[in-house]
Ligand binder design. Sequence first.
Ligand code: ASP
Length: 343
Amino acid sequence: MKKLLFAITASSCLTLSNDALSVETPFAIAIHGGAGTIEKARFTPEQEQLYRDKLSEAVETGYKVLELGGESLDAVTAAIEVLEQSPYFNAGRGAVYTYEGSHELDASIMDGRNRQAGAVAGVKHIESPINLARLVMENSVHVMLSGQGAEEFAKEQGVTLIENNLFDTPHRYEALIKAKQKLDKAKAASKAYQAAHKALPNNYKMGTVGAVALDKNGNLAAGTSTGGMTAKRYGRVGDAPVIGAGTFAENESCAVSATGHGEYFIRYNVASDICARVKYQGKTIADAGNDVINGVLKPIGGTGGVIIIDTKGNISLPFNTSGMYRASKSNTQATYVGIFNDE
Ligand code: ASP
């Protein structure tokens, strides 16, 4: 009898695990290329297509890594690298200018398995800040390195430093000139720099790239990379390299990458607040993301958005601006690319 029971149990286990095997393990990726005043009227059809193609290339690049069984960290890094190489997005090659006319880049990455994290802030000669953030996570005992020190670490890691002017682009320069004109006007009217900067339209303050991914082993990762805000000054650092603000990942809840007015995202600890709502209040990522982006940030003027993913492969892309460059793909969802808020 005992033997028979064992046989039944063993065979039902076998049936169960066969069933489990027949359902494909979820894997998914989402990316963003910044949120802000992004209106259809500002684009020619050709320009719009260029953005859509680049977003699609980035999400497909990350997806391929996952499809082949690669890690979520590798998918996030690969997708972000594509966007860092593009002059259209405010990260790497397309980074905005500081008030002084140079470029200072911030980035961070987090591993949902163990909450390991790496970040760099205010680096000037690093072609791929997301890669350096990853090196900080994997090869240093620290979480965040900044400025010159981060670049010394990069050299020790074999990273080639590049000239800062390789990040120059005419369209970002034009944005700097316009931002400075507005700031100087405010100065002439004896308004403080801070107040004047706060009053700059959102399109001077926004743009960042990021990715979140779930791999076939059920591990989440998140990463964010940015040039920060046009005409930023005094070594300003935004939310992108701040773990918990611009980037967060833990397998028990979700992975988040943010874009928007960084000061608000730091003060409201946006990325980790979303995951905390999932973890402690049992909310879906869609509800938690909406609570924070529209419920908490919007009423206080905190503009921007996030991309969120959970271990079931659910994806949510909430934002409270007129647009957010975004794309996603999963083993059950075809490639989605969006820019404006009505698509
Ligand atoms: N969050 C970035 C920053 O404040 C900018 C952005 O995402 O648009 O530096």
